[in-house]
Design a protein around this ligand. Structure first.
Ligand SMILES: [Zn+2]
Length: 108
């Protein structure tokens, strides 16, 4: 689990899990990735782990699935994920904990 920000682990119902699998499958098909089976999907790391993200530019907040971030962080040894904000289109989306640390430092 990440050191510099907190994640949210939720208990997911069967319907939510199936929904998450459908979303994963749709995205994998769009990206041309190989699709894993539902059984394999249920064993994926961080399946029910989310992270609250906040935009440094427009301050939009959203809860994102931690799965892809977690894998990227391992692959590239990233301390925290940074993502594109769906509201303002800038790559300013960071975990809310990081946002607070950065914003507090800027305004001190
Ligand atoms: Zn934004």
């Amino acid at each position: 689990m990440p050191k510099f920000f907190s994640t949210v682990t939720v208990v997911m119902s069967n319907d939510e899990l199936k929904d998450a699998y459908r979303q994963y499958k749709d995205r994998a098909l769009v990206m041309g990735d190989q699709v894993i089976s539902y059984a394999a999907f249920l064993k994926a790391p961080y399946l029910n782990v989310f992270v609250d993200m906040k935009c440094l530019n427009c301050h939009a907040e959203l809860r994102e699935h931690f799965g892809d971030y977690g894998l990227d962080m391992e692959d590239y040894s990233l301390p925290f994920p940074i993502d594109w904000c769906p509201e303002c289109g800038l790559q300013h989306l960071v975990p809310k904990d990081i946002y607070h640390k950065l914003v507090i430092n800027v305004f001190k």
